[in-house]
Every structure is written in structure tokens, then in C-alpha cells.
Design a protein around this ligand. Structure first.
Ligand code: SF4
Length: 59
């Protein structure tokens, strides 16, 4: 299963990814953290495409 990654040097903590995939992304300390092993039942590609600073990649 594809696992997303967040580049914390780029993330500006806007929260968009968490609102799209709350089971995968959790905001903590002003940055998004990946808390799930894979995308599962949400559309992580949408989170990738919606991140304003292109901080999310999928392995
Ligand atoms: S959408 Fe991008 S910039 Fe916004 S919190 Fe998620 S990873 Fe960070």
C-alpha cells in the first residue's frame, strides 16, 4: 500500500491534508505528521495535489 510522507522543511501547517485524510495526517507542533501505515480508505493523492507547498509525497 502507498505510504505518504510529509517534508517538514516545507510544511506550513495549513491543515488541509488533515481535513482531507484525518486518519492519515495529524497536526502536531504546527506540522503535519503521518500517523497511518497507508492511505487506506481516503484519497491521499488528493492531499498531495491540494498541499499548497507540495510537501507531501507518496512512496
Ligand atoms: S497540506 Fe501540506 S502544508 Fe498543509 S499541513 Fe498538510 S503537509 Fe503541511
Amino acid at each position: 500500500m502507498p505510504k505518504p510522507e510529509v517534508n517538514h522543511d516545507l510544511c506550513i501547517g495549513c491543515g488541509t491534508c488533515e481535513s482531507l485524510c484525518p486518519n492519515v495526517f495529524k497536526m502536531e507542533g504546527g506540522k503535519s505528521h503521518v500517523v497511518a501505515e497507508d492511505c487506506g480508505d481516503c484519497d491521499c493523492q488528493e492531499a498531495v495535489d491540494s498541499c499548497p507547498v507540495s510537501a507531501i509525497s507518496i512512496e
